[in-house]
Design a binder for this molecule. Structure first.
Ligand code: GLU
Ligand code: ZN
Length: 491
């Protein structure tokens, strides 16, 4: 599809921290807009004062920027339909709610919560549909006067047309909803506050949205919104009903829907662990879409070039952290070394880095970075991988020590020290020969021989390539650490 008039929107509510499902929705909308040369509208649905927060609003903006999504209309950038925060558009909603009532598309409902509940239970017991029964569709002036005398405060309810609603979902194909399954619904609270059910389609209409791409959890609101849209067209507020496409559920652990409260779903977690935005987006794009059967790793530009909603798979997508990390690792390797070293910067400082700032050595960092780049899954792993270079002593990791320091390790370490003493310290290859020779002297293969050396020098059984690490750390420190390990073994 190449159509300059595509207008999509990303319209989160600023509650809590952004989560990966939300990011996937933003990504698909953004990619669709960029693919079609359309417009990406960013709107803030902050009509729920009790739950919305300014902090969360700031986080949303910050998250979109970090992910690299630019918006064509929205907060801070403005646009022809400003303001883009619903909390600043309240008069518009009040006015439209009144017009809907004047035209008979909506009405006052005086039912109390307990009355509704009673009738719902009775309907259920009788096996009838349990949604709102339309009681207040026709309220006589006498009833109205009585309700008001009783002090009842009405909500505004939208009158669903008594007809079947069919639409072609861009992802799921043709869907049909019968009237008994879509009862009249509230659009304005008793206190006058407009609800999501009203403000979301009203803004989609006013902002001339052409495609609504959102999570499957919102599918049940679509027939209501289509009916409301028709009423808005009748009022001259809307021009055309947009197309709808519902993105598949994202499943987490145990094949349960990944919930907003699930720690695994928090975007901040991925940022803090050092996911690259491009790695995370690559992974999230695979939750319901693929570039081709044999290509999992691609750039955002490649995605934009290929993306079409029609290719989204309706089946639930499984969130797989291991796969996300593997994809991120590939993106780390795709960076230039300079870019990589710059992106690691936050993890080489407090509060992540355990070394004193003055002990950080830029030359050593530059030397070790290329070796680290090929090994990290997430950037936060950099700290543990290079701390042996900047801490005065290697970290003490008891489990690593127990694992590597076996019977005979002291003899091996003594021989290794001797061979390393006379090795060529400008060549990692020469250091390897030295440890290899020490191993041979004790009947050990390289892998077994290098383990105690690695733990003596770095404190850990796993890490960057050992001989390059030793070369960068330098002869003096390496030998001193082997001596310290020998002393510890002797004690
Ligand atoms: N504010 C709504 C939400 O975050 C938007 C839903 C939609 O895309 O229509 O759930
Ligand atoms: Zn009622």
């Amino acid at each position: 599809m190449a159509n300059g008039s595509v207008r999509v929107r990303f319209c989160p509510s600023p509650t809590g921290n952004p989560h990966v499902g939300l990011v996937r929705t933003a990504l698909f909308n953004w990619a669709f807009a960029r693919h079609t040369g359309g417009t990406f509208v960013f709107r803030i649905e902050d009509t729920d004062a009790a739950r919305d927060s300014e902090e969360s609003y700031e986080q949303l903006l910050d998250s979109l920027r970090w992910l690299g999504f630019t918006w064509d209309e929205g907060p801070e950038v403005g646009g022809p339909h400003a303001p883009y925060r619903q909390s600043q558009r309240m008069e518009t909603y009040t006015e439209i709610a009144r017009k809907l009532q004047d035209a008979g598309h909506a009405y006052h409902c005086y039912c109390t919560a307990s009355e509704l509940e009673e009738r719902r239970d009775a309907a259920r017991a009788a096996g009838r549909p349990s949604g709102y029964d339309g009681k207040c569709r026709e309220v006589t002036p006498e009833q109205k006067a009585r309700y008001e005398a009783e002090g009842r405060e009405p909500i505004v309810r939208f009158r669903m047309p008594d007809e079947t609603i069919t639409f072609t979902d861009l992802v799921r194909g043709e869907l049909t909803f019968t009237p008994e399954n879509v009862p009249d619904y509230g659009i304005v609270r008793a206190n006058g506050a407009p609800l999501y059910t009203l403000v979301n389609p009203v803004d989609d209409a006013l902002m001339e949205i052409t495609h609504v791409l959102r999570g499957e959890d919102l599918l049940s609101s679509t027939p209501r919104q289509i009916a409301l849209y028709k009423a808005l067209i009748d009022l001259g507020v809307a021009k055309e009903i947009p197309s709808f496409g519902h993105l598949p559920y994202v499943m987490g652990e145990g094949n349960k829907k990944l919930s907003k409260r699930d720690p695994q779903s928090s975007l901040n977690l991925y940022r803090e662990r050092g996911f690259l935005p491009e790695g995370l987006l690559n992974y999230l794009s695979l939750l319901g879409w693929s570039l081709s059967a044999d290509k999992d790793i691609f750039t955002i530009e490649e995605m934009v070039a290929a993306f079409d909603v029609a290719d989204v798979n309706p089946n639930p997508a499984r969130f797989d952290l291991k796969k996300a990390e593997a994809i991120n690792a590939d993106h780390i390797r795709m960076l230039s070394v300079t870019d990589f070293t710059e992106r690691c910067a936050p993890w080489l400082k407090a509060p992540f880095a355990p070394w004193a700032p003055e002990d950080f050595d830029e030359a050593k960092w530059q030397a070790v970075a290329p070796h680290a780049q090929t090994r990290l899954k997430v950037l936060s792993e950099i700290t543990d991988n290079v701390d042996f270079l900047f801490l005065p002593e290697p970290v003490e990791d008891e489990a690593s020590w127990q694992k590597a320091m076996k019977e005979g390790s002291d003899a091996l370490l003594r021989t290794a020290r001797e061979k390393l003493e006379s090795a060529d310290w400008t060549s990692a290859e020469s250091l390897k020969e030295a440890v290899l020779a020490a191993g041979e002297a004790h009947g050990l293969k390289l892998g077994k021989a290098q383990a105690p050396v690695r733990v003596a020098v770095t404190g850990r059984t796993v890490g960057l390539p050992l001989f390059e690490s030793l070369e960068i750390l330098g002869k003096e420190k390496t030998l001193a650490r082997i001596d310290a390990a020998l002393a510890k073994l002797a004690a």
